[in-house]
Write a new protein. Structure first.
Length: 88
């Protein structure tokens, strides 16, 4: 069961992207202070992002109680495509 951490969104910077495996990590000081690690983001959510890009996102705890980003959006308000990736 996936648990929502809270209802508000948080902001971070895309730190790493593995395009071949379809995942990445977001650096978020607020969540790192709680969990001691960067926030995982996977699947179509990471599509269209770049390392260093500011993003805002909602957070859930995965089955291992680690933070995972979803509903990823650029911090500047760029639109997302139907698959969840950003429109370049």
């Amino acid at each position: 069961i996936v648990k929502h951490i809270n209802e508000r969104r948080v902001t971070g910077i895309v730190k790493h992207i593995n395009e071949q495996k379809g995942f990445g990590f977001i650096e978020c000081e607020e969540l790192k202070s709680v969990f001691g690690k960067d926030v995982f983001v996977g699947g179509s959510q990471i599509a269209g992002t770049m390392v260093g890009m500011p993003v805002n996102f909602a957070v859930v705890l995965n089955k291992d109680n680690k933070p995972q980003a979803y509903d990823l959006q650029p911090a500047g308000g760029i639109q997302q495509g139907k698959g969840g990736g950003f429109i370049p």
